[in-house]
Design a protein around this ligand. Structure first.
Ligand code: G3H
Ligand code: 13P
Ligand code: ZN
Length: 332
């Protein structure tokens, strides 16, 4: 058994408090491999931003939980070596059972999400409460994120056929009964690179899809019910059109790609939304650069020569997000 403090990690409690009062959101970036982790740490050190490193169930299967845990420990040392001891959280993304959350807590994660959003309300409450009781009773308090409302969208390990918005009248009761430290809500974001069906969108004069706006009215209602309580937004990639275009220019096919406009994320970050989850944008940035390198240098076969540019682009994108979208730069 390992405690996250031995790894140099922190939980989310103090970070969220500062984010809510300071009107910014913490970046929660998913990682599955070394290049993604290097890019995240380089970007967050350069912008002096705290960061939440997210490990999904898919990442655990792909990369091995122990390896990822030790990579997070390495990330703490790497940030130190780069010259800034930014606060680093290691977070389980979309935990789907008590056993998985317990395992992560005992492995050294400093934060876990229990995603009971697909269950009936009372079942979600009971499961989330059980995880909180366990995680909070550790010598080193592990923070817990719960979820109310269901996001649309499909990814490997996170799928939902039917979405529904969070009901503001449930949030106070949920927070009180479960003891969660933060709450993920559904106000129109969704996972993946095609967040809305074309028929839900309008088009600009160039034919680019314009998504329907997020339901800030629901967010406001929620904030009134639980003032100052940390809110989390999943499915918050912007799906930059530049990356989609590069991918398609070099042989990829990503029809009907559409994300959440940065302006709306900026607005959310200024509210009680204090954690913004971004994974798909990182996938797009890396894929764009890898496809470009393969097309322009067909004789290249050293992985460092295509992972390197992909990593550099990823770092640039994350630094921009910290500075210009989330507002987390200079908050470490
Ligand atoms: O919310 C889901 C994340 O994007 C992780 O996706 O399960 O394919 O790693 P994944
Ligand atoms: P995106 O697919 O929009 O990047 O969302 C990621 C996420 O919510 C991870 O939990
Ligand atoms: Zn998510």
């Amino acid at each position: 058994m390992t405690s996250y403090t031995e790894l140099g990690l922190v939980n989310t409690v103090a970070l969220f408090k500062k984010a809510v009062s300071g009107g910014f959101a913490l970046p929660a970036y998913n990682f599955n491999n070394m290049e993604q982790l290097q890019a995240i740490i380089q970007a967050c050190v350069e912008t002096k931003s705290p960061v939440i490193l997210q490990v999904s169930s898919g990442a655990r299967k792909y990369a091995n939980q122990n390896l990822l845990k030790n990579m997070a420990k390495g990330a703490v040392e790497y940030a130190h070596e780069l010259g800034c001891d930014i606060p680093i959280v290691l977070h389980l993304d979309h935990g789907d059972s008590f056993e998985l959350c317990k395992d992560c807590v005992e492995t050294g994660f400093s934060s876990v999400m229990i995603d009971g959003s697909h269950f009936p309300y009372e079942e979600n409450v009971a499961l989330t409460k059980k995880v909180c009781e366990f995680a909070h009773s550790r010598k080193d308090y592990v923070s817990v994120e719960g979820e109310l409302g269901v996001l649309a969208g499909v990814e490997d390990d996170v799928s939902s056929e039917k979405s529904h918005y969070t009901q503001p009248e449930e949030v106070e009761d949920f927070v009180k009964k479960t003891g969660v430290d933060s709450l993920a809500i559904s106000i129109g974001t969704s996972h993946g690179r095609a967040k809305f069906k074309p028929e839900q969108c309008t088009r600009d004069p160039n034919g680019i899809l314009i998504p329907p706006p997020l339901r800030f009215d629901i967010l406001e209602e929620i904030e009134k019910k639980i003032p100052g309580f940390p809110i989390v937004l999943h499915g918050a990639s912007s799906v930059p059109i530049e990356y989609v275009k590069i991918i398609e220019q070099f042989g990829g096919k990503l029809p009907d790609s559409v994300g959440i406009p940065e302006e709306q994320l900026r607005m959310a970050a200024k509210s009680a939304v204090c954690k913004i989850n971004i994974d798909s944008d990182g996938r797009l940035a890396m894929t764009a650069m890898i496809r470009k390198t393969f097309a322009e240098k067909p004789d290249e076969f050293d992985p460092r020569k295509y992972f390197g540019p992909a990593r550099d682009e990823l770092k640039k994108m994350y630094a921009e997000k910290n500075k210009n979208v989330l507002g987390s730069a200079e908050q470490a």
